[in-house]
Design a binder for this molecule. Sequence first.
Ligand code: GLY
Length: 369
Amino acid sequence: MTHKITVELGARSYDILIGENILESAADYIGPLLNRPKTVIITDVNVAAHQLSRLETSLAGANIAFESIILGTGEQTKSFEHLQNLLNRLLELRLERSDTIIAMGGGVIGDLVGFGASIYLRGINFIQIPTTLLAQVDSSVGGKTGINTDHGKNLIGAFHQPNLVLIDVTTLETLEMRHIVSGYGEVVKYGLINDEPFFSWLEQNGKLLLSGTTEEKRSARTEAILRSCQAKAAVVADDEHESGARALLNLGHTFGHALEAEVGYNDKLYHGEAVAMGIILAFKLSEKSGLCPPEDVLRVERHFENISAKNINPFNFDVDHLLHHMRGDKKMSSGKLTFVVCRGIAKACLSNDVNMDDVRSVLEEAVRG
Ligand code: GLY
């Protein structure tokens, strides 16, 4: 069964399709969006090894011509250098303004290709085929695109909405468990922001989603992705450019980005792992600020422990460095940091008057363990 959610953005509205083995019929969904039967797929080496032929077979079967560009994996691919190479390649392939490109992969590929699509010939259409849990529940939906620089993550980019998001839950089955647990942080986020029944559902079903039988995993993953995308689509439709409520989706990210920056954006700490740690820190900060009852903080910590999320302690972070990274965050406004804090589970709100001494002590306590 294929589920459909529409991101309602007027003339730029688009569908998110979620199902099992949807890749085999990808051409049925992609074909009608193409101006001519020609496209370019951009992916990474890992996805190329496991999933690319499924998409290519479907396109070939529908007589859609394609080129596949295969990039390296990891955050380092989201760079000016790779962006430039990608744009030059698209120019060599003589892609026209009315053509559509396809980003097939995780958040790195989606963000890089989406940004490339936003500036190539002043903007062309693109389709997201996210293949990691993180990309399926968050980064492929909503049009945030961009690259990293030495100054920080995602500091250069554009809002550029895709024209379609195709989510095949079976692509998760060739990923290492660490990738799934990492993306799970972004799933939990939706429950913790404003959906207590979803958080309770995850407390019951989180383990099945991660390591049940194939049938159990597929069904729990489909449900979790569906509910996450429904939440994200509603937020994006309401506040596309993050002038208000969309910022709640950054729960855990101000802390998380600082942790990632300190590690150096590499495989020692995946984005979703940093976000999960950041969510716990955001709850502890909320407790310290007198907002959140301690039992809710414990419930969140216990849930992440139960699914064996990575712990902050072994990293031995330097708190001064982390605070320095936080001050470089793009969510600074008039010199103040905006934090997502929680008055309890499913009661997230924005605050720009958090006491930085409280932030420091939360970090010190977490790092000491
Ligand atoms: N990942 C947060 C957002 O899309 O707004």
